[in-house]
Design a protein around this ligand. Sequence first.
Ligand code: HAM
Length: 425
Amino acid sequence: MEIRSIRGMNDILPEESIKWKRIRHVMERVFESYGFREILIPVVEETCLFQRGIGETTDIVEKEMYTFEDKSGQSLTLRPEATASIVRAYVQHHLYASGKIEKFYFWGPMFRYERPQKGRYRQFYQIDVEAFGSDDPSLDAEIIASLYDFLTRLQVPGVAIELNSLGCPNCRPGYQKVLKEYFSDKQAALCPDCRSRLVRNPLRILDCKVETCHELAMKAPNIQEFLCETCKTHFEAVQGYLTELKIPTRLNPMMVRGLDYYVQTTFEAVSENLGAQNAVAGGGRYDGLVKQLGGPDIPGIGYAMGMERLVMILKEMEKESPPWPCDLFIATLGGRARRFGITLAAKIRKIGKVCEFSYEPKSLKAQMKLANRLNAKFTAIIGEEELRREEIILRNMRTKEQVTLPANETLADKIIAVMEPRETR
Ligand code: HAM
């Protein structure tokens, strides 16, 4: 029987991976210009890292983690997000000892046992950005600016940055109490999940997608009215910087995010092109997390973007992916020509050109067809007869012009000279 990939886990085929490559290229350019440096973290961590980091009452920890025991009986989890792991690395390697603001970026696969649908998968890829060491609102603004910059550079259309402040351990409990009171006499209208959220984490109800819960949430007390002076001043300063930077934002007091570590500023980038799963990125400040995971009391802020969602938007924009480049195709006829051709291919690639070799000894017509399918700009035709005369033929596949070149030590350079005449080099 045919073996297929696991539900919600996709192959990214070369046609599509061209787009991924472009995204990663822009990622490096933009984030390095902000002083972020790349960090790489393991795919598997101790389960307790995510339980403590993300929060016991979140959907991720309650329902979505891929958790298993290894051969020694240790409980391990495939990472559902990167923040907890990056904080762990920051603490484990004492990166805070530098005394400076540390800024990282990362990209890689995440795993969540969610119900797969368009834009929601069980293995998906995130680009993640984190910064540690300052609670100044200018850092919040720069982090959001880097996200906006990145999406603008990729020419993602219809993007809006939604903003909220979730308060801090001083003011949030007061708001949670008010929310609890508001929803208590409406329990009958809440979904079973929200009834349990009401006891354990009433803020989560605001994020529920069930219609009846959503309608009640729309009329719930607004968190903005319950922020303490510190949180209010901080949030106003963040908004002020963003206005200064001309980054369009809109306030969304219903945005609570699905992870428990957030305090104060939270944000999401949404795109009208995405449908139900419209968040292309999300993040916020998590000032208590480093301490909670065993480090000093150092503030942090960051966000993550779903690569598949980015690709979906970009796919709608450019229906056709550009053809894979092939500078030279090498067609051969006969055993001696194949040996000559394979060494010529090696030389051309050393010069840095994309070169394809005809692996199957087919007719010249079939090989020329293959050269066209590969989008080759030039084809080197090497036949026994030509080699006897110590020559090869180089064909320009667009103009159909052909030149004969001497099959000697300088052949690779001669080919390059024809492919790239001096004036265009
Ligand atoms: P998150 O909102 O859970 O945040 O995920 C961020 C982004 O990952 C989402 O906006 C979405 O684009 C993508 N995403 C999430 N789940 C899926 C899925 N099942 N399939 C496809 N894409 C998905 C976090 O993960 C936080 N760690 C962000 C953060 C970093 N906060 C601070 N630093």
